[in-house]
Design a protein around this ligand. Structure first.
Ligand code: ADP
Length: 168
């Protein structure tokens, strides 16, 4: 059985991520979407919330599993019996970093390869940070976020704003 892992911060999952998930799920027998926890970043959504938002977004994709990890990706893949990491490539700017990470992961775990899927053109400009920025304005988010998570995202933005106002 070919198992692939799609790692990322997913803070929150966007329509661009979801597009990669659907395409990778068509290629592999099983896809594990893994929220990678980086303690140096302060995310908008907790680890558990990010996992929940992905689960709500993928709906009925029966060969997709959602998990999280704060360890080394190469070790995680070995534990899960996976030999492929899936990454989405948006632009040249993604390539430099991703290429370096792919080589490092392969060095740590020689059984592990990285496969790149090019972003769909309508999502090449889309990132979680862009969406967080847009959340501050009255913009229709339906092209950017999976429909089931839009109300949750908007609520979080409102909560953050309220907290900021109370501090003033
Ligand atoms: P970001 O915070 O930059 O949105 P993540 O760390 O959550 O990204 O991204 C996880 C993976 O998904 C990375 O391989 C990244 O290149 C890819 N990715 C992110 N956004 C998109 C998109 N809009 N289209 C395709 N791939 C994407």
């Amino acid at each position: 059985m070919k198992i692939a892992i799609y790692p990322g911060s997913f803070d929150p999952i966007t329509s661009g991520h979801l597009n990669i998930i659907k395409r990778a799920a068509d290629i592999f027998d099983k896809l594990i979407v893994c929220v990678m926890v980086n303690s140096t970043k302060s995310p908008m959504f907790s680890r558990e919330e990010r996992v929940d938002l992905i689960r709500r977004s993928i709906g009925e994709l029966s060969n997709v599993e959602v998990d999280s990890s704060d360890g080394l990706l190469a070790d995680y893949a070995r534990r899960k019996g996976s030999c492929v990491i899936v990454k989405g490539l948006r632009a040249g700017s993604d390539f430099e970093n991703e290429f370096q990470m792919a080589l490092i992961n392969h060095k740590i775990n020689p059984d592990l390869d990285t496969m790149f899927l090019t972003a769909e053109h309508q999502y090449t400009y889309l990132s979680s940070s862009t969406v967080k920025e847009l959340g501050n304005y009255d913009v229709d988010l339906s092209d950017f976020l999976p429909e089931p998570i839009i109300p949750i995202f908007k609520q979080r933005i409102a909560d953050i704003r309220k907290k900021g106002e109370n501090k003033k």
